[in-house]
Ligand binder design. Structure first.
Ligand code: FE
Ligand code: FE
Ligand code: ZN
Length: 277
């Protein structure tokens, strides 16, 4: 079973996103929990959230993925910036309980010169502060391309974060194909080797979501510019290998390519046509 969807705007509410996803033959989707710049979140309408939960069950959706605002920096050297990120994510996790049992992804952040180790320590203390034993959401760390001083530039840094978290059962990883290729993991020529390395360093059981994006830039460029599927330096062949990879079966895939809804629909159709399962 290929579970696939794309990033959608949340401006018209939860149920609308579910219908939009199904309308392009998707069975999941990603959305920002609030304006990507991190402003105050709109009140959740519990009836709308419930309507989505019912809709997802009826249409056999895979888990949906909420994405934290990408401007948050949980490991900034500025205390105010860190506090803002921590409070926002804590609030997001409370709100996620309106759609229980799904996924919440965030960018570990940028250490801005303090060094990765210091950054990792901040992220660990935030997670140990905001994760609750009773929560139903799994929190995912996204693999980053390593632009600037980004934390999460390699599998070791993500493993170090998870290692320090007490409630590990609530933690997972979201693998972004553009980011890891940009980050120096050659999924085009050695997908087996990269996934073996992921398994050895983090464990494939932690891999809960895949962001499928082609890249505008060549291998190991640490730039993070997404391209449409098949139109970048990664290419369609590798994407087809990924969706059909035996050990990745069942992991939901989310497109974050530069597209409007119809473009996403075309990519979902293309990938479904290449799915052999
Ligand atoms: Fe992201
Ligand atoms: Fe991503
Ligand atoms: Zn990206």
């Amino acid at each position: 079973m290929l579970h696939i969807g794309c990033h959608l705007s949340s401006s018209k509410g939860f149920l609308h996103m579910g219908e939009e996803a199904a309308g392009i033959n998707g069975d999941t989707f990603q959305f920002f929990t609030r304006n990507p710049r991190g402003s105050k979140a709109k009140e959740i309408d519990p009836a709308d959230a419930k309507a989505l939960v019912d809709y997802m069950e009826k249409h056999r959706f895979a888990k949906i993925l909420a994405h934290a605002p990408y401007t948050l920096n949980a490991c900034s050297k500025d205390e105010k910036t860190r506090e803002f990120a921590w409070m926002t994510m804590e609030d997001d996790l409370k709100r996620m309980e309106y759609v229980p049992g799904n996924l919440y992804n965030f960018h570990p952040g940028s250490h801005v010169g303090q060094g990765a180790e210091a950054g990792i320590a901040y992220i660990i203390s935030m997670l140990n502060d905001i994760l609750k034993p009773e929560q139903s959401t799994t929190v995912l760390l996204e693999t980053m391309s390593g632009k600037g001083t980004e934390v999460g530039r390699n599998f070791e840094e993500l493993a170090a974060i998870i290692d320090g978290v007490e409630l590990k059962e609530h933690m997972g990883v979201c693998l972004d194909t553009c980011h890891i290729y940009d980050g120096g993991y050659d999924i085009v020529n050695d997908l087996d080797g990269v996934l073996e390395e992921f398994d050895r360093v983090i464990g494939l059981d932690r891999l809960r979501a895949i962001h499928m994006n082609d890249s505008k830039n060549p291998f190991a460029s640490h730039k993070d510019r997404h391209e449409k599927i098949g139109e970048g330096s990664i290419g369609l062949e590798t994407m087809v290998k990924i969706i059909n990879y035996p050990r990745l079966q069942g992991i939901p895939i989310y497109l974050e390519t530069p597209n409007e809804l119809d473009g996403y629909g075309a990519e979902i159709k293309l990938l479904r046509e290449h799915y052999m399962g």
